[in-house]
Design a binder for this molecule. Structure first.
Ligand code: 13P
Length: 336
């Protein structure tokens, strides 16, 4: 099990975080079409390979989460994608859930699927070079949600997933994402997120998951995206830290936040604020999708042959996140 803890340490080493590049083909198609690029397998690979070949990989990215399509692809230089990532010093990972579907007897809440046949898929991904995995559960906030049923069912699935992943020699990322949608306040996000995370650990312990060989990927504590309430970054940091202190067992080595629809700057600023007051032993860093890729994708879409220009933008964003993971970021650095 020490082996798993060593993998975690490599992924979240000082100043490093995770690049979440595991958008499903459906999500990636929406992202590419939103910037006017046709979503072909070749284009999806070209953008991702541009990021994976950047200088940022060496210094700021400890792990990359891939999607099934990408982990099986080869780069333009004929290298397998996991090998390309491994050669930069980062660890290749893989999203292994098969998506969130409507929970039976609920009209809106979702349960994440993908347990059937998971052991066989994990063995295949291990052979392809993956050393960590991701499973994302989603929860909505409203007056009656998340329901006890969704909190329990998703925690149970996450625990079964995590136990299988460790059995196959990989590190499971536990991602319970309480969505930002809604007009709730930050206090409500705090209460619901705390309840969700606590239940996950109840189940993980029941399923004998070794917490030292796991990573938690939570949302930050924020007001709903449709609420008109303002919140300072200091308050976001205080609430987020308080939530994690009361709900995450101390054996967990690392917490890597999702960006969840925050702008690149907000996600960076809030991570920095969290690290400025982090008085726990948890490493607090990033596992961003949109907040690492958005500007790079926009730039790339204007000229998909401009690899160098795209990488420059990605390098900057990753550097800013890296500084934030150490509490060393400031807004003035964004202009450099
Ligand atoms: P975002 O940072 O864009 O929320 O993506 C992270 C992720 O992996 C969602 O599952």
């Amino acid at each position: 099990m020490n082996e798993l803890n060593n993998i975690v340490k490599k992924i979240i080493g000082k100043g490093k975080g995770i690049l979440a590049a595991d958008e499903s083909t459906g999500t990636m198609t929406k992202r590419l079409e939103s910037v006017g690029v046709t979503s072909t397998s070749k284009n999806r690979l070209l953008f991702r390979e541009t990021l994976f070949s950047s200088d940022a990989m060496k210094n700021y990215i400890g792990g990359v989460i891939l999607y099934d399509e990408t982990i099986k692809q080869s780069s333009l230089s004929k290298k397998k994608i996991p090998e390309l990532i491994f050669n930069t010093g980062a660890i290749p990972g893989i999203k292994v859930d098969t998506g969130a579907k409507i929970l039976a007897n609920s009209s809106e809440e979702k349960i994440t699927e993908g347990l059937d046949g998971l052991r066989d898929r994990l063995l295949e991904y291990y052979k392809l070079g993956a050393r960590f995995t991701k499973w994302r559960a989603v929860y909505i906030i409203s007056e009656n949600y998340p329901s006890k049923l969704s909190i329990y069912s998703n925690a149970h699935a996450l625990a079964r997933y995590a136990a299988l992943v460790q059995e196959c020699g990989m590190v499971p990322i536990i991602e319970p994402e309480v969505l930002m949608d809604g007009n709730h306040g930050a206090e409500e996000c705090f209460n619901k997120t705390s309840e969700v995370i606590k239940k996950c650990y109840d189940e993980l312990l029941k399923h004998k998951v070794d917490l030292k060989g796991t990573i938690l990927k939570p949302n930050m504590i924020l007001p709903g995206s449709e609420s008109k309430k303002n919140i300072t970054t200091k308050k976001v940091a205080e609430l987020t830290l308080k939530c994690l202190k009361i709900s995450v067992p101390t054996e967990v080595p690392g917490i890597t936040f999702l960006s969840g629809g925050q702008s690149e700057i907000d996600a960076t600023k809030n991570l920095n604020s969290i690290n400025l007051i982090n008085d726990t032993n948890f490493v607090m860093t990033y596992s961003y999708g949109r907040a690492l890729q958005q500007s790079a994708l926009k730039f790339w879409s204007r000229d998909i042959k401009n690899i160098e220009g795209t990488q420059k933008i990605f390098n900057h964003r990753a550097k800013m996140c890296s500084l934030a993971s150490q509490g060393n970021w400031s807004e003035s650095l964004e202009k450099n």
